[in-house]
Design a protein around this ligand. Structure first.
Ligand SMILES: *Cc1c(COP(=O)(O)O)cnc(C)c1O
Ligand SMILES: [Zn+2]
Length: 471
């Protein structure tokens, strides 16, 4: 057999062959529904749905070690449909034919070891996963890749002639939804996003506008927008693109698969730190690790630490008081997580009871800690958004509370790109943050441009430069 032939053989084995049987399953009543329809809540009891593969156990015929090899080797294929989150095809939405997969460059974001001085400040060594390096600059692209692939598949399979995708957003969901939907056929697919006026950054607002979405601004906060799109998706023919839709969660699980792969699948003493907003992300992160654990791809589940701002802390309160209650949010620089009634809370609660009982905690951080940690990270070679700053502040808090030990391997989720939040940095630098944020800029972290004459000698004088001896 020639060398090329044998490579072809290997490649063939790397292509998915699993026959999945995907269904929606109600979180509460357990009823199941066929995947070939658009459902966001249980038609019978209105609870949340998850997506399960009734043939999941067939995947166990392949050993954990073999799966690890397949996922590693698959990275060498130059097949667009397996390049992004669908590299983990069998665990995402294996009901979608490869030809229908939409790949726009998402996933496989770098895992970068934090700078030593920064680690010392925080009190633990850690890695940062740069999910801001996705096409629309946030992790939301992971869930949009699965949701929009599902739409693409459904349009073809069911001959759909008109589809309107809609979402509520704190900024990044709308950016991702508008971008991914704009890739599909014009005249068939339209996108509409609902934003709380003045509560997404100007960079985030520019994104769905640029992708051609209909952008509707309403007064209120994210939770108000969410109620409206929930009502619209229950009563009208629209496709809901929020993480309440479990097709989003399926794609977002890829974060965990990648962390596992980047850690060489050694999840012993692994701690994953995630900011919580609507709780879709932390749900997906937990579900992702559960998949890997069930298939013996990883030896044990990691510990999960959720982080919330004191200004948007319903899940931190639940963790502390044992009682869940929606809250009214206050302004937060971690604006993408500024949510008072997280839709996926019931999923978090179930996952914790079922799998993460002694492996889950939530820590609460101040607005001051969030923005200071973002700036500190940036001063040490890292690009993290305010929610990434929130995660790093969470690591510091967790170390102080004894939740993170020296031997732990810590991974921090920087969920989007810092540049989306440069307005907050600007206000911090110029002492212009409204007082509701309760942030006092630290002088040593502020920075401003200096105006000088266009003169080398005057700039040299300002910088106190030493003249070269031979010049
Ligand atoms: C959406 C978002 C979050 C919160 O994720 P949830 O799934 O809503 O909990 C955190 N950070 C950024 C940057 C986001 O866009
Ligand atoms: Zn039900």
């Amino acid at each position: 057999m020639s060398w090329e032939k044998s490579l072809d053989e290997i490649e063939k084995q790397l292509l998915p062959s699993h026959k999945a049987q995907m269904v929606f399953e109600c979180l509460e009543c357990g009823r199941t529904y066929h995947i070939d329809q658009f459902l966001y809540t249980c038609p019978s009891c209105k609870s949340l749905l998850r997506i399960v593969d009734r043939n999941f156990d067939h995947l166990k015929k392949v050993s954990g070690q073999q799966w690890r090899r397949i996922f590693t080797a698959r990275r060498m294929l130059n097949l667009p449909s397996l390049k992004g989150i669908f590299l983990f095809y069998e665990l995402i939405l294996p009901c979608i034919p490869l030809d229908d997969v939409v790949y726009l460059g998402e996933g496989h974001t770098p895992l970068v070891q934090a700078n030593d001085e920064l680690s010392a400040l925080v009190g633990a060594d850690f890695f940062i996963k740069y999910d801001g390096l996705n096409p629309s600059a946030s992790f939301k692209d992971r869930g949009m890749a699965s949701a929009v692939s599902f739409i693409n598949y459904s349009i073809r399979k069911r001959n759909i002639s008109q589809l309107l995708g809609i979402c509520a957003s704190t900024g990044d969901t709308s950016a991702a939804a508008a971008l991914y939907l704009s890739y599909l056929k014009k005249g068939v697919v339209r996108s509409v996003v609902l934003l709380p006026q003045g509560k997404v950054t100007s960079q985030q607002l520019s994104q769905p506008l640029g992708s051609g979405a209909t952008v509707i601004e309403i007064s209120g906060v994210f939770d108000d927008c969410m109620k409206i799109v929930e009502e619209l998706s229950e009563n009208y023919e629209v496709f809901l693109l929020n993480s309440k839709n479990p097709v989003r969660i399926m794609g977002q699980k890829s974060y965990s698969y990648e962390v596992a792969q980047q850690m060489d699948y050694d999840t012993t003493d692994l701690v994953v730190v995630v900011p919580i907003g609507n709780a879709g992300n932390i749900t997906a992160v937990m579900e992702g690790f559960v998949d890997l654990y069930r298939l013996e791809i990883i030896p044990q589940l990691p510990r999960i630490i959720g982080v919330q701002s004191q200004h948007a802390n319903p899940i931190a309160r639940w963790w502390r008081d044992g009682r869940y209650q929606p809250i009214k949010v206050k302004p937060s620089v971690a604006q993408a997580a500024m949510i008072g009634d997280p839709v996926s809370f019931p999923k978090v609660s179930q996952l914790v009871s079922a799998y993460f009982q002694d492996r889950f905690s939530v820590v609460e951080v101040t607005e001051q800690e969030i923005i200071d940690q973002m700036l500190e990270a940036n001063r040490h070679g890292h690009i993290v958004c305010t929610q990434g700053g929130e995660s790093i502040a969470g690591v510091k808090k967790a170390v102080e509370q004894g939740l993170i030990k020296k031997t732990d391997k810590v991974v921090v989720d920087s969920t989007s790109h810092q540049l989306k939040f440069s307005g907050f940095q600007q206000m911090y630098f110029e002492d212009r943050l409204p007082k509701e944020y309760e942030i006092r800029p630290r002088k040593e972290l502020q920075n401003r441009p200096i105006q000088l004459p266009a003169s080398a000698s005057q700039i040299a004088q300002y910088l106190n430069l030493q003249r070269k001896s031979c010049a």
